[in-house]
Design a protein around this ligand. Sequence first.
Ligand code: G3P
Length: 223
Amino acid sequence: MVMAMILFNYKAYPEAIGKGALRLSRYLDEIGEEFGVKISVSPQYLDIPTIIRETRNLEVFSQHVDPVKGAYTGSVSPLSLKEAGVSGSLLNHSERKLKISSIKEGVLTLKDLGLTSIVCAEDELIASMISKLSPDFIAVEPPELIGTGISVSKAKPELLERTLQLKEFKIRILCGAGISSGEDVERAMEIGMDGVLVSSSFVKSKNPKEKALELIEAYSKFI
Ligand code: G3P
């Protein structure tokens, strides 16, 4: 079971699709190995098998999953993800929101398949509601900071501090939104987070390898 996490969410950024996804994943794989830490990525579904095949140490997570099987055309089947070798899935990202009943089913389905659930929450109230569903991780991501370069760990430390009580329920707490520097990562880990989610500062960087090095080096100090 993963205890801490730095997850790079590729979203649907053109820079992180197909060949770009593989290039970015190779950087992360190498840097993770160099610092002796496990790196997680969340690519587009169609890039998952290539990334799993072509890298050695990455944990791959789906960006979303539909808790269904059978006649559900167009759904993302949890079993197909498991067969492809993913470690788990994000659920309820603010860019892919779900009803609480679907989050519940999603968490249960992932658990049944032995996969890790990372449920996103916009604030501590939603985080507390989600904690009742016993996911493995809750990722606190205030939507207004996503993609801004203004880090949640610096702009809203009190929000993160308020979610720490959920650790009593053995849920690990991550944060994301605007994390752009090693200092942002360190701040999050000092507050007591179990890890961070990062997207645009890495994917859209002019030098993603250098950016990954900075972020992972900072994370590795706490692992
Ligand atoms: O899932 C991570 C994400 O929403 C944060 O995005 O671009 O602010 O790092 P970004």
